[in-house]
Ligand binder design. Structure first.
Ligand code: ASP
Length: 338
C-alpha cells in the first residue's frame, strides 16, 4: 500500500496573518485533513508530521537541512514517498541539500509549498499539495524533486524565478521532469536512475563553512580579502558567462591564490542561468583556473553552495572535494563536452 509522510517545516503554505506579517502556524495538520477529506480515497494514504521549530524558510540554516534529511532518513522504511512542505524563499537550497544527503534514493521526495497561504482565498496550496501527494505515489520517481504550479523539477536544478507569480520556479539548465495539467505526465527519459541501494550521507553542518559571492564590475580585491578573512572553508564564486572574472587585476587573482594556499576550496559557477562554466575558454577564465579555482560546470549557485556545504561536512579531503565538485552525484551537473 502507498503511504506518504508529509513533513511540514513552515513557509507561506501554512502561515497565518499576525501584527508583524505572515508567521508559520502550528495548526496546519487539522486544516489539511479537512481540506483533503473529499479526495482522500484517490490519494496515497498519508501521515502528517510537523518539524519544530516551524520556520519561514528565510530563517533556515544548513543545520535545518540536516533536521529535515534526518527526519526522512529515520522514517524511510515506513513510507513509500515523502512530501516536504517548505517556504519558497530557500526551497531550492533545501531541495538541493536533501538530494546530496539522500543519495541513491529509491522513492519520491517532493518539496513543495505555496505563494498564498492555504487559508486564504485563491491559494495555490491545494493544487500544489494534491499534485505533490499524487506524485509521491509514483514508482518511477527516485529523486528529490521540487513541485510547483504544474512543474515537476529536479530539486537541485531548480531556482525561484518569481516573487509574485504563482508559477514561481524554473529549471533553466535541465528539462522539467514532468508536468501536471489535465494529465499528469512524468518524462522517464530525464529522471534520475539510481543504483540499487540508497547511500544516505547525513553529516551535521558546521556554521559558516561556505560563503557565496557574486562578481560585479568594480569588485575590489579588498572586498574579496574581507570575505576570505572570515575564513570560510569553501567559496562559491558567481562569475560572468563561461567562468570569467576581472583577472587583469593581479591583486584580485592574488587573493584567490592566497585562498587556495589557505586550503579554501573556490568553485566558479555562472551568473547566467543557462549553459556552463568552461574555465579554459577565455584568458579571464583560465587565470582563475591557475589561481586554483575549480569549475562548478552547469550547477546553479544554489546547488553548488549546498553541495560544497555537504562535501565539507562529510570531511572529504580537499583533493577529493575538487574531484567530487565536478562529478554528478545526483544529477546536479553535466560533465563538460568539448
Ligand atoms: N518567506 C516565505 C518562506 O520562504 C515565503 C514563502 O513561503 O513563499 O518561508
Amino acid at each position: 500500500m502507498k503511504k506518504t509522510l508529509i513533513l511540514y517545516t513552515g513557509g507561506t503554505l501554512g502561515m497565518r496573518r499576525s501584527a508583524s506579517g505572515y508567521v508559520p502556524d502550528a495548526d496546519l495538520g487539522s486544516a489539511l485533513q479537512r481540506l483533503l477529506e473529499d479526495a482522500v480515497d484517490r490519494l496515497p494514504h498519508y501521515h502528517f508530521q510537523t518539524l519544530e521549530p516551524l520556520l519561514d524558510s528565510a530563517d533556515m540554516q544548513p543545520q535545518d537541512w540536516y533536521r529535515i534529511a534526518t527526519q526522512i532518513g529515520d522514517n524511510y522504511s515506513q513510507y513509500t514517498g515523502f512530501v516536504v512542505l517548505h517556504g519558497t524563499d530557500t526551497m531550492a537550497y533545501t531541495a538541493s541539500a536533501l538530494s546530496f544527503a539522500l543519495q541513491g534514493l529509491d522513492k519520491p521526495v517532493l518539496v513543495t509549498g505555496s505563494q498564498i497561504p492555504l487559508r486564504e482565498m485563491r491559494s495555490d496550496a491545494y493544487n500544489n499539495l494534491i499534485a505533490a501527494l499524487l506524485l509521491s505515489g509514483s514508482e518511477d520517481i527516485k529523486e528529490v524533486c521540487l513541485y510547483f504550479s504544474g512543474k515537476l523539477l529536479r530539486g537541485n536544478r531548480a531556482v525561484k524565478v518569481s516573487a509574485g507569480s504563482l508559477d514561481a520556479f524554473a529549471s533553466p539548465n535541465y528539462p522539467s521532469l514532468g508536468e501536471v495539467g489535465i494529465q499528469v505526465n512524468v518524462d522517464p527519459n530525464v529522471l534520475l536512475n539510481p543504483g540499487d541501494s540508497p547511500q544516505f550521507q547525513m553529516p551535521e553542518f558546521a556554521d559558516g563553512g561556505v560563503a557565496l559571492v557574486k562578481l560585479f564590475p568594480g569588485i575590489s580585491p579588498f572586498f574579496l580579502s574581507k570575505i576570505l578573512e572570515y575564513q570560510p572553508r569553501g567559496l562559491v564564486i558567481e562569475t560572468y558567462g563561461t567562468g570569467n572574472a576581472p583577472t587583469n587585476n593581479a591583486a584580485f587573482t592574488a587573493q584567490l591564490e592566497k585562498a587556495a594556499e589557505a586550503g579554501i576550496i573556490c568553485v566558479a559557477v555562472s551568473q547566467c542561468l543557462e549553459n556552463q562554466v568552461d574555465l579554459g575558454k577565455y584568458a579571464t577564465g583560465s587565470a582563475l583556473l591557475r589561481s586554483g579555482v575549480v569549475s562548478g560546470l552547469d550547477m546553479t549557485s544554489i546547488a553548488c553552495y549546498a553541495k560544497l556545504n555537504h562535501l565539507l561536512a562529510m570531511r572529504y579531503s580537499a583533493a577529493e572535494i575538487k574531484v567530487l565538485v565536478g562529478t554528478s552525484l545526483c544529477g546536479e551537473c553535466t560533465p563538460l563536452h568539448h
